[in-house]
Design a protein around this ligand. Structure first.
Ligand code: DX5
Ligand code: ZN
Length: 217
């Protein structure tokens, strides 16, 4: 599967967000990763619907929205209306993941489901064939710039093997998020991830195009 890079603007310069979006697009990134934090599901607050709505027009790339919030179900429609192309919510935040996936699909968007590093990956297996993407967190969600947790590699491998064996009608995208750099990218790709989120490694780079290419090679 071709590797895609989703640039996490959590590490961008918020004073120049439109320039940062152009920089990511010109550098060969494939998507914009938009991290939403509510200060409850995770111990940090980032940005929400009005910010997405306001910056959407400054990028031609798909917006990959990652909801790190306790009540994802109530915010699917507002984020869809603000211009999300795909919405990923956390399995730990709901008892009805299929209902939320159906809601996302009914709005014409791609649906992703995420698990934190300590959550058993087999909980995602019943959703293979229903969700479009699984997001395996490779750091504890909440902050950019943390170190990659190597124990998550086994989860990526197990999910890729399960999805292959299940021969789901649609190919499952496996996204990883947290601590992705030129050192960890080959490890997660080898394990079976095909969508790599990267924040600090891209936005703190002097040559983002070079760093983006290193993540794909
Ligand atoms: C962490 C966020 C990530 C974050 C990744 O909770 O979900 O998307 O921006 O940042 P880096 O790539 O710096 O680890
Ligand atoms: Zn994220």
């Amino acid at each position: 599967m071709e590797t895609k890079i989703s640039a996490s603007i959590l590490s961008a310069d918020f004073g120049h967000l439109s320039d940062e979006l152009s920089r990511a697009e010109k550098s060969g990134c494939d998507m914009i990763h938009f991290d939403v934090m509510d200060g409850h599901f995770v111990p940090n607050i980032s940005y929400g619907v009005p910010v997405l709505k306001s910056i959407r027009k400054y990028s031609g790339l798909p917006f990959d929205v990652h909801l790190m919030i306790s009540d994802p179900n109530s915010y699917i429609e507002p984020f869809a209306n603000a211009g999300a192309d795909g919405i990923t919510f956390h399995l730990e935040a709901t008892a009805n993941p299929v209902g939320i996936i159906d809601k996302i699909h009914s709005l014409g968007l791609r649906a992703g489901v995420s698990v934190k590093p300590k959550t058993d990956v087999s909980l995602l297996y019943p959703l293979v064939g229903i969700m479009d993407m699984a997001l395996i967190m490779t750091v504890e969600p909440g902050f950019g710039g943390q170190g990659f947790i190597p124990e998550t590699l086994g989860k990526i491998k197990a999910l890729r093997e399960y999805a292959k064996a299940a021969k789901a009608a649609k190919a499952l995208d496996i996204e990883v998020d947290g601590g992705i750099s030129d050192i960890t990218a080959p490890l997660v790709r080898e394990a079976g991830a095909n969508v790599l989120v990267s924040g600090s490694y891209l936005f703190k780079a002097t040559d983002m195009a070079y760093n983006c290419k290193l993540l794909k090679d």
